[in-house]
Design a protein around this ligand. Structure first.
Ligand SMILES: NC(=O)c1ccc[n+]([C@@H]2O[C@H](COP(=O)([O-])OP(=O)(O)OC[C@H]3O[C@@H](n4cnc5c(N)ncnc54)[C@H](O)[C@@H]3O)[C@@H](O)[C@H]2O)c1
Length: 251
């Protein structure tokens, strides 16, 4: 740890578990104070906060449902109250749905898009408004997926939502440069509840492991990329995507 994010104030959505938790922990380990946002699991968010405190970092939980505009406004307001400002926004919250197209309902589609694309849109709008008002730079990091580059049978809505996140990232990089840097991370298969290794069928797991690095990744292997994008080393990067994916796709 280098303390490269000392004095920085960060907000991470979906930080109660998985990749979001790992990102919150990694940002805090580099010195940032972190608003650990959760949609529905205060107890899990408390676990994230406690693990950060145990490691000597500073964090607190904030209720923020990315599918609900009022909750986003209230969550940002509460986080800003505690943080005193914002430097780093990580839009990580997401859901996945495996369902053949012909079985998908409009409600299924709206639910997934409401979190994965509309949620990133609304969270980004709130965060970018604050960063612009502060006029002190800032970083926005959107978590997409390697499935945003290519299609997969039974996952078309998820793939489309993540392609949309990559597109938002590029437009916002142009709209908010040169002061605010907006980048994305497109992870490959990562060992979290979303892609639970236990729940995965043998066939699916085998497919996921047919990548150059022959394994699924760990959340910390995504979090290290978020730290880079939030830190001084990424000062000349905007509108870019970094791909911790074991080689699943080489765009
Ligand atoms: N695990 C993978 O293989 C993988 C690969 C590529 C991209 N991703 C992306 O990484 C991100 C994190 O996923 P993960 O693997 O840690 O999964 P996860 O299911 O463990 O975590 C997702 C988090 O998002 C939160 N969330 C869901 N709906 C929400 C809402 N409406 N408001 C606020 N929070 C909400 C969940 O509570 C959870 O904390 C997601 O955007 C996911 O699409 C995951």
């Amino acid at each position: 740890m280098t303390g490269q994010l000392a004095e920085k104030r960060a907000l991470v959505t979906g930080a109660s578990r998985g990749i979001g938790r790992a990102i919150a922990r990694a940002l805090a380990a580099e010195g940032a104070r972190v608003a650990v946002c959760y949609g529905a699991s205060p107890a899990k968010a408390d676990e994230t906060v406690a693990s950060i405190a145990d490691a000597g970092g500073e964090a607190f939980p904030i209720a923020l449902d990315v599918s609900d505009e009022a909750s986003i406004a209230a969550g940002f307001a509460a986080a800003l109250d505690r943080l005193g400002g914002l430097d780093i926004l990580v839009s990580n919250a997401g859901v996945m749905l495996q369902r053949p197209l012909l079985e998908m309902t409009a409600a299924d589609y709206d639910w997934l898009m409401g979190v994965n694309l509309r949620g990133v849109y609304l969270v980004g709008r709130e965060g970018l408004r604050i960063l612009r008002e502060q006029a002190n730079g800032g970083r926005v990091i959107n978590v997409a997926s390697d499935l945003g580059y290519f299609g997969r049978e039974d996952f078309s809505a998820y793939c489309a939502s993540k392609a949309g996140v990559l597109s938002l990232t590029r437009s916002w990089a142009k709209e908010f440069g040169p002061d605010i840097l907006v980048n994305a991370i497109a992870p490959g298969p990562i060992d979290t509840d979303m892609l639970s290794l236990e729940a995965m069928s043998a066939e699916w797991r085998e497919k996921e492991e047919q990548i150059p690095l022959e394994r699924v990744g760990q959340p910390e292997e995504v979090a290290s990329v978020a730290v880079f994008l939030a830190g001084p080393g990424a000062s000349f990067m905007t509108g870019q995507v970094i791909d911790p994916n074991g080689g699943s796709v080489m765009p």
